[in-house]
Design a binder for this molecule. Structure first.
Ligand SMILES: CC(C)(COP(=O)(O)OP(=O)(O)OC[C@H]1O[C@@H](n2cnc3c(N)ncnc32)[C@H](O)[C@@H]1OP(=O)(O)O)[C@@H](O)C(=O)NCCC(=O)NCCS
Length: 151
């Protein structure tokens, strides 16, 4: 399946989407969030889904705090990557932020080249690094801190 940008539908996820999200996550992430983490996100954060013809293609989790927002998670179905869906989702997320939000920040594994390329292509800039922040198969991996100014 492939999806043209004009066929994508973005919508806020609801509690009823939990099972679909959990199944999607288990098949799409190298380090999947647990169903409990996803349920917690649905309760406490904002979850944006991208769909095509009723099928989930990806989703993003973010939270807003006063004039800042944080992207906590973004995943696209493995078989649909590199078709612009992640970029569309990120742009839709950005458009969904409250007007008061002045910057969007995130953490990403230093070795996650696809995600870093996506973020930098959308204007995020590096603002820091946390050494050994993530567990990795062969030890630990740094986190890069990125920020997008929205002003
Ligand atoms: C990161 C992720 C969400 C990107 O989604 P995607 O739909 O494949 O990304 P897009 O097709 O919108 O790519 C947009 C741009 O990002 C960059 N990019 C994306 N994937 C890339 C790759 N594998 N290699 C190099 N650049 C890549 C490119 O600049 C691309 O633009 P281009 O195709 O016009 O050159 C996806 O790879 C994913 O779900 N990864 C697993 C979960 C993950 O790591 N999430 C991030 C956690 S911080």
């Amino acid at each position: 399946m492939s999806a043209a940008a004009d066929e994508l539908r973005m919508r806020a996820a609801q509690r009823a989407d939990l099972e679909t999200l959990a199944v999607f996550e288990a098949g799409a992430s190298a380090t999947p969030w647990s169903p409990g983490q996803i349920a917690d996100s649905l309760d406490r954060h904002q979850v944006l889904l991208v769909e095509c013809a009723g099928q989930m293609l990806g989703y993003a989790v973010f939270r807003e705090l006063l004039d800042e927002a944080e992207l906590l998670h973004i995943v696209v179905a493995p078989q649909l990557r590199r078709q612009g869906i992640g970029r569309s989702l990120l742009r839709a997320l950005r458009a969904a932020l409250a007007p008061a939000v002045r910057c969007l920040h995130l953490e990403v594994r230093a070795g996650n080249a696809p995600a870093i390329a996506l973020y930098q292509g959308e204007g995020f800039v590096p603002i820091g690094r946390r050494r050994g922040y993530y567990l990795a198969v062969d030890g630990r991996e740094d986190a890069l801190l990125l920020r997008l100014d929205l002003c």
